[in-house]
Design a protein around this ligand. Structure first.
Ligand SMILES: [Fe+2]
Length: 441
């Protein structure tokens, strides 16, 4: 196992996919030295810790090195900063700006005790997985891509894209529509595929998509894969551009139902469709509130794209009440993640200074609790107007998206939410309702 202590989510993700494309090792993210040390105490097979000299105010590297020395762990350390201090034998210092592939190479060298750079054989895995929608970031397929299909009790791999072929968005959408979540590449191609995605992602972000012919589609892929690609200023820019396009569409479209229906039918993850639909409803409710100005409106819509950033999967994202939480039979770890995700997301986002303060507050309160921990449907006065609008919008959006058929029973949805929140959100529900009726006329 490898521990990475890195607060930059993008760098962590990039290290993770690069290392795991070459080594059959589990990679654990940790926020600081104490967390890493706690894990080292219980797990004997931690081979490498990657960290910086400092994380915030903490002397991360020094703490880790001291622990390994005093407990005599068989563990190596890569410090991403050349501090000039005398080194221990088990410590490797790399420049803080070392590219991901240099760090990956160093990891492989350290794992092979003989010092060679050859990756050890991947024993258990013959295929490497990549989120399916990320294929849209590519221009040409760098290698063959497969889908996993079940044949009786066995897994089989069906080739769906050939190396050298141009990327076809329609074909990818088609597979996504059929529920494809992961693409597979032969283990020998894993590195090539990840490198190509890294390269394209960096290029797309640095040009802010200007020269990309499929701008809107690539934007959606990036927003959909936030948890894989990480958060940064460029991603925020992409969210902003998506929001303004969405608002223009709402302005020009005469029929709210058709906008909602388009989002309902869009292939892609629940997370992504929920973001867009919540942003639509936030816009509709907020535009009828005189106390909400355009800056507040923008803060609300930004929140729609990032509020569940720190949750791993759709099952966790869909939990919206204490009742659902108690019935969900989550593992202890997942349970803790869900309970604290509002607070953790607000904290993670506070590191990007371009994110408005109001957005952070909305995200913290988006499950009805001022502290950002747990769920509550009896809203206290601490839950601000913007948070209440957000809660209403997300409740409606999630119910529509989870509806098994496109003929959505709006009145049933409204009365369900009204009941759960003891009529507290009725004013905002009425705003949505009237938009639907005025649109239909
Ligand atoms: Fe949430």
């Amino acid at each position: 196992m490898i521990i990475i202590i890195e607060t930059d989510q993008t760098l962590f993700n990039m290290l993770q996919i690069n290392i795991s494309s070459q080594l059959p090792m589990k990679i654990m993210p940790k926020d600081n030295a104490s967390e890493a040390i706690a894990l080292m105490e219980i797990l004997p097979d931690i081979k490498i810790v990657i960290c910086r000299a400092k994380t915030g105010k903490e002397d991360t590297a020094a703490k880790i090195i001291k622990e390994i020395k005093s407990e005599k762990y068989d563990c190596k350390v890569i410090v991403l900063e050349q501090t000039g201090e005398p080194t221990e034998k088990f410590v490797t210092y790399l420049a803080s700006t070392s590219p991901v592939d240099i760090v990956t190479k160093t990891v492989i060298t350290l794992i092979n005790n003989d010092g060679s750079e050859k990756a050890p054989p991947m024993v258990q895995r013959s295929y490497f997985t990549i989120p399916f929608s990320l294929l849209k970031l590519l221009e040409k397929f760098p290698c063959d891509f497969y889908l996993k299909i079940k044949k009786g009790d066995l897994n089989d791999y069906l080739k769906v894209f050939n190396a050298g072929e141009d990327v076809d968005f329609g074909k990818i959408d088609n597979y996504l529509g059929k529920g494809a979540k992961k693409a597979y590449v032969k283990k020998d191609d894993g590195k090539k595929a990840v490198e190509e995605i890294n390269l394209r992602f960096k290029k797309i972000l640095s040009h802010s998509l200007d020269d990309c012919p499929y701008q809107a589609k690539v934007e959606s892929v990036i927003l959909e894969n936030l948890e894989f690609l990480g958060l940064n200023k460029a991603v925020l820019q992409i969210a902003n551009s998506s929001i303004s396009k969405l608002n223009n569409e709402l302005k020009s479209s005469k029929n709210l139902g058709s906008v909602i229906n388009n989002i309902y039918k869009t292939p892609g993850s629940l997370r992504y469709r929920k973001s867009f639909m919540t942003a639509v409803f936030c816009q509709i409710i907020a535009s009828k509130e005189t106390s909400v100005d355009s800056r507040m409106m923008h803060s609300l819509q930004i929140a729609c794209f990032f509020n569940d950033f720190s949750l791993q999967n759709e099952i966790l994202i869909a939990i919206r009440s204490l009742e659902e939480f108690n019935m969900s039979l989550l593992s202890k770890e997942d349970g803790k993640d869900v309970e604290t995700h509002a607070l953790r997301t607000a904290e993670a986002l506070s590191k990007i200074k371009e994110i408005p303060e109001e957005t952070l507050k909305i995200i913290k309160q988006h499950h009805g609790v001022a502290s950002g921990q747990g769920f509550s449907q009896s809203l206290t006065t601490q839950i601000g107007v913007l948070s209440q609008i957000f809660i209403t919008a997300e409740e409606v959006a999630l119910r529509i998206i989870n509806s098994p058929t496109p003929s959505i029973k709006l009145n049933a949805i409204f009365s369900e939410i009204s009941h759960s929140y003891s009529q507290h959100l009725d004013k905002y529900l009425a705003s949505i309702k009237s938009s639907f009726t005025s649109n239909h006329e």
